[in-house]
Design a protein around this ligand. Structure first.
Ligand code: AMP
Length: 423
């Protein structure tokens, strides 16, 4: 223990558990790469204004949860609380929207929110995200949802549920908003919630408190107010999902509170996670580009939470397929053997075999203990006599069988044993 510990609401990824995080990130990225998404990376901080406009002045993220700072040069910056605004800012700055459309992008990184920490809710967390810019096509909304569902499925998760809704558009949303406000104003609500009715009425539907939810029975729902075009669009998304074998639940109260969110909105939840059950979410945000000073640009995207997906794996007791751990562990006995085996380990690694070495002159007993602990399938042991004969001892750590192998034949022998050709 040093004098310091990880800041409140954060934690370190330490082996062997950290391997699960890599596996989750990879599982989320693989379907995107196969579907033509290009990788984008943006800075960990941006001008505060980008988020206050791009996430919304009235959201908790902006009013309570942003880590902001003023630089020595007087710039007001914020650690990024989410990815969409930054990705859109970067794409517009690079004029991607003037090239072939749609632009499909994916990203992976750290995000920061000053939230009250609890299981599944951290101040530093990790997301993999995807955004598609410049096209309004129900097939894109469906594609993104399918790619996320496939990512969860590829990890072996069976407990992820998809909730789906449509938020309408500029045509039909304003009328619904007014109808909802009229209904909400008649309820018995606290000051804060009353204020929310005026700024962000859809968010009230999302209130988790039992006393509020009880009063919301009978609230007008967007689905009964959708215009023909939005109804048709949503129906197509639903059909495409069904055609792809994706199960979803219509959730007419699923909302995103801001005006630039339009039409498709969705969330992936896992019931094994307690109150922080959202493992990912997203939707269409056709108005966001204009909010941050860009041209009209329809867009749709999602962000999946890596931390909570790892928790979901643990809740379902799934050990993901991990990248290969150590396969061969070398234990040298004496100085000459050290040189010879070190060269062999380098050669094995270059041939694609995960190999490690008993560093620190451990001797036979401790060296073999390390070999066992490494989880390797084979140990290589060599002493003066083996080297004089031009061999090393190859030991199968599962069966305990051991036999000498000529130095020149070793890499080939190991490759044949570790990667048998399919017959
Ligand atoms: P959001 O941008 O709030 O829609 O978040 C997208 C996903 O990121 C959520 O579904 C969560 O899985 C994850 N997430 C958001 N906030 C946190 C947090 N404070 N700690 C851990 N994961 C989070």
């Amino acid at each position: 223990m040093s004098t310091f510990s990880a800041p409140r609401g954060t934690y370190d990824l330490i082996p062997p558990d950290s391997a699960d995080f890599l596996a989750v990130r990879e599982a989320m990225a693989a379907p995107l790469r196969r579907a033509g998404y290009g990788y984008i990376e943006t800075p960990g901080f941006e001008q505060v204004e980008l988020f206050s406009r791009g996430v919304g002045e009235s959201t908790d993220i902006v009013t309570k949860e942003m880590y902001t700072l003023t630089t020595k040069g007087g710039d007001r910056l914020a650690l990024r609380p989410e990815g969409t605004a930054s990705v859109l800012r970067a794409a517009l700055e690079a004029n991607l929207h003037r090239g072939a459309l749609p632009v499909k992008l994916w990203y992976s990184g750290s995000y920061y929110r000053y939230e009250r920490p609890q299981a599944g809710r951290y101040r530093h967390f990790s997301q993999v995200g995807a955004e598609v810019l410049g096209a309004e096509d129900p097939a894109l909304d469906a594609e993104l949802i399918i790619l996320a569902a496939d990512a969860y499925a590829s990890l072996g998760l069976t407990g992820v549920r998809l909730l789906l809704n449509s938020l309408g558009d500029r045509e039909c949303r304003p009328g619904y908003r007014t109808a909802l406000q009229d209904f909400l104003r008649g309820l018995d609500l606290d000051e804060d919630t009353r204020r929310r009715i005026e700024v962000n009425p859809l968010r009230v539907l999302d209130d988790k408190r039992e006393a509020v939810q009880r009063q919301l029975t009978g609230a007008p729902l967007m689905r009964d107010h959708l215009c023909e075009a939005c109804k048709e669009y949503h129906e197509q998304v639903r059909e495409l999902l069904t055609g792809a074998g994706i199960t979803f639940e219509d959730d007419p109260k699923l909302v995103r509170g801001l005006d630039y969110y339009t039409r498709t909105t969705f969330e992936f939840v896992h019931d094994g996670l307690g109150s922080q059950s959202a493992v990912g979410g997203g939707g269409r945000y056709d108005g966001l580009s204009e909010m941050i000073g860009g041209p009209a640009l329809p867009a749709v995207g999602w962000a999946l939470g890596v931390d909570r997906t790892v928790l979901a794996l643990r809740a379902e007791k799934i050990a993901p397929d991990l990248p290969r751990g150590t396969e061969v562990f070398a234990v040298p006995l004496g100085e000459d053997a050290r040189r010879a085996l070190f060269a062999l380990v380098t050669e094995l690694r270059r041939a694609g075999v995960a190999a490690d070495f008993a560093y620190g002159g451990k001797g036979m007993k401790n060296g073999m203990k390390s070999a066992d602990r490494s989880g390797a399938r084979f140990a290589l042991v060599a002493g003066e006599r083996d080297l004089a004969e031009g061999t090393v001892q190859l030991k199968d750590l599962a069966s305990g069988e051991q036999s000498p192998v000529g130095l020149g034949a070793l890499v080939g022998t190991l490759l044949a044993a570790l990667r048998p050709e399919p017959s």
